[in-house]
Write a protein that binds this ligand. Structure first.
Ligand code: 1CP
Length: 357
């Protein structure tokens, strides 16, 4: 069997299709980088954008967690701001802070700093890293991009925000400019995702991490059309699409509507409730509280079992955290979680009426 045919039967890709398998697949958002001591060794000086642009180093960082943990998927070491950086908007990742812009997006003049992407020139480092990875990995590689609201929040606020005041003000006061901004961001996301899939990625995830800051009517009007456009552009590429944001309990119906095969769920919403809110049409990914990785094993073990029990054997479940691995997480605890999920979780199909979909 070719490598691609073998991957098609992997636990991860089966779960995205809601097919029963012999184990529940598991991977962790932000499994690469941050908490791993071997990451700190190879990351090098400068910002992580330097490491991301070095295909060799980015590939090595992507592989590190797959050596430590028996995870069912790898995620490319990159960042959601990579495409915006690559077209020269003027964005950086400041250590200890996150994405920052010296000149935030303020007016229509700033659209000029978001020129169309030319993947062959702008993203050659990414193509190289993905090609190298798929030749080495025996598990699927997940490519990703940032969703419209989350990316716009960094561009407009100029830094990580707690209240999203500036970005919401722009959205509500100048909807025309807002939609033009999001349209450019959507095109950049499409360019980067298509490039990752062409180079061999087996799945894609759209991270609209901060979209949960919006009420459902505003999400539907200002964000969903752009996410739908991104996901629609990926539809015929033959790879599953995952769509995720935190604090999105109230938005799950709209997120499911935007068109992905898999919806990520944070820890606040039980998987059983998420299944109801998404109408049972999509697979779910999640949703252990990342803070629990820091708890004693007896506590953590119970909570992992709780997530599995809440899913009740539904075949459309990819075990993950409800958000990224915290920097202070102990890698040994994550390794134990993976082993427990594999030992306990069987994707055998719904066992009671309550979980059927
Ligand atoms: O597994 C992995 O670590 C893969 C690589 C990865 C991913 C998937 C990185 C490397 N960033 C991301 C996505 C990303 N970046 C998201 C979506 C996922 C999420 O919500 O966690 C977001 C919101 C960002 C933006 C970002 N980049 C932040 C958050 C800032 C905030 O608003 O609170 C931060 C701290 C960064 C920097 C960054 N990106 C990645 C790493 C390992 C780091 C840490 C900085 C470093 O090591 O210098």
């Amino acid at each position: 069997m070719s490598q691609n045919a073998t991957l098609e039967h992997s636990a991860f890709l089966r779960a995205t299709r809601q097919e029963p398998g012999d184990r529940v697949p598991v991977w962790f958002m932000r499994q690469a980088g941050r908490s791993l001591p071997e990451y700190k060794e190879v990351r090098g000086p400068g910002t992580i954008l330097n490491a991301i642009q070095d295909a060799e180093r980015a590939a090595e960082i992507t592989l590190q967690p797959t050596r430590r943990y028996d995870v069912d998927a790898a995620i490319l070491f990159s960042d959601i701001v990579t495409p915006v950086f690559a077209v020269g908007f003027g964005i950086d990742i400041t250590p200890g802070v996150g994405p920052t812009c010296e000149q935030p997006f303020q007016s229509a003049d700033d659209l000029g700093r978001l020129r169309p992407m030319d993947p062959d020139n702008d993203l050659s480092f990414q193509t190289e890293a993905v090609e190298k990875l798929v030749s080495e990995l025996t598990i699927p590689l997940i490519g990703f991009a940032g969703g419209p609201f989350t990316l716009a929040s960094y561009l407009v606020e100029g830094k990580p925000s707690r209240d999203y005041a500036k970005v919401k003000a722009l959205m509500m006061s100048d909807p025309d400019l807002w939609h033009r901004l999001c349209d450019r961001l959507a095109d950049l996301a499409i360019g980067t995702l298509q490039n990752q899939v062409a180079a061999g990625a087996s799945a894609v995830q759209l991270f609209d991490s901060w979209a949960g800051a919006l009420r459902p009517e505003h999400y539907r009007e200002y964000v969903q059309p752009h996410s739908t456009k991104i996901l629609a552009a990926m539809k015929d590429l033959g790879v599953p699409r995952i769509h995720f944001g935190i604090n999105t309990g109230e938005l799950l119906p709209q997120i499911a509507e935007a068109g992905a095969e898999v919806v990520g769920v944070d820890w606040r919403t039980p998987l059983s409730a998420a299944r109801e809110r998404t109408g049972g049409h999509v697979a779910l990914q999640g949703n252990l509280d990342p803070a629990l990785i820091l708890a004693p094993w007896e506590v953590l073990e119970k909570e992992v079992r709780r997530v599995l029990a809440d899913n009740n054997g539904h075949p459309g479940h990819i075990f993950n955290l409800g958000h990224g691995v915290l920097p202070q997480a102990d890698p040994d605890q994550l390794a134990r979680v993976v082993d427990l999920v594999h030992a306990e979780g069987t994707a055998r199909g719904p066992v009671s009426q309550g979980a059927s979909a």
